[in-house]
Design a protein around this ligand. Structure first.
Ligand SMILES: CC(C)(COP(=O)(O)OP(=O)(O)OC[C@H]1O[C@@H](n2cnc3c(N)ncnc32)[C@H](O)[C@@H]1OP(=O)(O)O)[C@@H](O)C(=O)NCCC(=O)NCCS
Length: 147
């Protein structure tokens, strides 16, 4: 059930530090400075999920020529299974500029694979060595066409 106080807030230089905090807390990937610069430049789009004034989740995507790439989606563990991840994913689907959307998820991350399947994403292929510096570095590429 979505929290009544849930707000989805665009990331700007005023709240960029909150995006960094949510990413560090929810995903094992280290995002380089260029990732955050791209948010400020507008080539990556990012939103925070804010509950009772606290940033508890985020979504980041990039609109490419023919497709939109979901780069990151995370919700603090204590706030999961309340519809916040769905709200962030739905925002991405509504606002992205393409009809074809895709993402990469760790092959070990069964919970998230189930989450994306729940939203109609299908696995396309395995991508070995996708995550640099991680022991479990194989990703599954997942795709969805928006009607
Ligand atoms: C994936 C993630 C964003 C989902 O966020 P969430 O707020 O818990 O998702 P929702 O509450 O909107 O879940 C919607 C539905 O997805 C499915 N789902 C979500 N988490 C699931 C899980 N752990 N196992 C099985 N199904 C799951 C369920 O069908 C759920 O509906 P239900 O709760 O009514 O059964 C969250 O688990 C997360 O932050 N994981 C760590 C970061 C990560 O791996 N991100 C994805 C890779 S980029």
């Amino acid at each position: 059930m979505i929290d009544h106080s849930l707000e989805l807030v665009k990331v700007t230089k005023m709240n960029l530090n909150k995006l960094e905090i949510v990413l560090v807390a929810t995903l094992p990937v280290l995002y380089p400075a260029s990732f955050f610069k791209s948010v400020l430049k507008g080539s990556n789009t990012a939103y925070l999920a804010v509950v009772d004034g606290k940033a508890v989740g985020c979504v980041v995507w990039r609109d490419e020529e023919q497709t939109s790439h979901l780069l990151a989606l995370g919700v603090f563990i204590l706030y999961r299974r309340r519809g916040i991840g769905s709200a962030l994913l739905n925002l991405f689907v509504k606002q992205c500029k393409s009809k074809e959307i895709y993402l990469h998820v760790s092959a070990q991350n069964i919970d998230s694979i189930l989450f994306y399947q729940h939203f109609g994403f299908s696995a396309v292929c395995r991508v070995p060595n996708y995550y640099r510096g991680l022991e479990e570095n194989t990703a599954i590429k997942m795709l969805k066409m928006i009607s």
